[in-house]
Design a protein around this ligand. Structure first.
Ligand code: ADP
Length: 417
């Protein structure tokens, strides 16, 4: 249908709607006028009777002569013959004037609706008209089945995991769809790569403790039965390696749950300084080889998952303890920076982190390549877990470290989660 035809169509619908409306309005005015006449007349009659008789008798005989107006009258005859006749011409002349005045006003309203109503209705119908036009435009688009067939073939050929191949069918009309599918593919590949790397890193890391345990078990099998020292060494090593493996598996499970969105925060309001104080007290008790101190601040109320934030603080303290010689200081501190963000830090005067390693310390399984670090035997997962927790709280880290001088890792939290 051409645009001209469509406009005609809408106009005729608007005329129909408007004429129905005008008709209804006319009848409403008419009923209103009749009602007004009846009320006025009724009231006038009642008033007249009350004046004449002093009371109203329902079953009296009443007649109203309307025509001709000049001789119009209202006549009431009681049972006892007492008769009242009132001249109604003045009333009817007055009513005629009133109705004429109201009629003129009503007429203006009707005329306005007749002249401008159609245009107003057309305006109201405009959005509907546009919807109808769009629908008809859409239904008129040529549906080229071959194009969709090509797209379908391209999608079914592509593998979301094996290659970096992208969909390209070179059709400008389907470009948007093609881009969206390619973006989805990129995201799927990215997530697949992450998962694959995680699985391969995890199995690689688990292989070492398993081999150590296996080695000692073999040694036990061969010589341990007779040699007391081999027996003791092997049992000790198996115990410590299985402990390492347990930690590793627990940390892996935490990260895997985090990646899959299965670890949910259970935030509540609590005092940051109380929480750090608890970590400080427990660290002093567990690790008697370092000198712990806590620089307390004014009360800092924060909203977050206390368990997970405490775990972060513990990870930082454990690292400080692992990478700091015995007898040295480990300082904990809480405060609020000049941007109003609550923070806590753990500072040590340990071995420090090489400048080139700093950007990597939050990566999974990363361990700085110094003999000292290797010896201390962390899993390389602690800071990845801490980062996941702080990211989930929309916070961030700041790292200050110098080789052989020490390290300060600060966690900043948002004022409100
Ligand atoms: P790990 O279990 O090896 O400690 P983390 O993820 O906790 O794993 O830390 C990653 C690496 O960052 C550590 O192996 C270490 O090289 C470095 N690191 C972290 N904290 C400190 C620190 N306080 N002092 C020196 N190096 C640190």
């Amino acid at each position: 249908m051409s645009r001209k035809n469509k406009t005609k169509n809408v106009t005729s619908i608007a005329i129909k709607i408007n004429s129905t409306f005008v008709r209804k309005l006319f009848f409403k005015f008419l009923i209103l006028d009749i009602f007004l006449v009846l009320i006025l007349t009724g009231f006038w009659c009642f008033q007249g009777e009350m004046n004449f008789y002093g009371e109203f008798v329902p079953n009296a005989q009443r007649t109203f002569k309307f025509y001709p107006i000049e001789t119009a009258n209202y006549k009431v005859v009681w049972d006892n013959g007492k008769t009242m006749v009132m001249d109604a011409s003045t009333l009817l002349y007055s009513i005629r004037k009133i109705i004429m005045a109201i009629g003129i006003i009503e007429g203006i309203f009707l005329l306005d609706e007749i002249i401008f109503g159609t245009a107003k209705t057309r305006k109201i119908l405009k959005p509907l008209n546009e919807i109808a036009e769009t629908a008809s435009r859409l239904s008129n688009i040529d549906f080229d089945e071959q194009k969709f067939q090509n797209l379908e073939d391209a999608i079914s050929r592509i593998s979301p995991v094996t290659s970096d191949e992208r969909i390209h069918i070179g059709d400008s009309e389907l470009q948007g769809l093609e881009d969206a599918i390619n973006k989805l593919l990129d995201r799927m590949r990215d997530s697949y790569r992450q998962q694959a790397r995680f699985v391969s890193d995890a199995s690689h890391e688990l292989r070492t403790p398993i081999s150590v345990i296996q080695g000692y078990a073999n040694m036990l099998d061969r010589w341990g039965k007779d040699d007391e020292s081999v027996l003791e060494e092997s049992i000790e090593a198996i115990k410590s390696e299985s402990e390492n493996m347990k930690n590793l598996v627990e940390q892996l499970l935490f990260l895997a749950r985090g990646i899959n969105g299965k670890t949910q925060l259970t935030p509540k309001e609590f005092l940051l300084n109380d929480m750090i104080n608890e970590v400080f007290e427990e660290s002093k008790m567990i690790d008697r080889n370092h000198i712990y101190s806590y620089i307390n601040s004014e009360e800092i109320n924060i909203y977050g998952d206390m368990g997970l934030l405490k775990q972060t603080a513990r990870i930082l303290v454990e690292n400080a303890s692992k990478y700091t010689p015995d007898g040295e200081n480990i300082i904990l501190r809480t405060g609020i920076n000049d941007k109003g963000e609550p923070y806590f830090y753990v500072q040590d005067n340990g071995i420090g982190i090489d400048e080139k390693d700093v950007p990597h310390i939050f990566e999974r399984f990363f361990r700085a390549d110094t003999a000292r670090v290797r010896k201390n035997g962390g899993t390389g997962l602690g800071l990845s877990i801490a980062k996941w927790i702080i990211d989930s709280h929309k916070g961030y880290f700041s790292i200050l470290s110098r080789k052989e001088i020490g390290t300060r890792i600060t966690v900043f939290l948002p004022q409100k989660l």
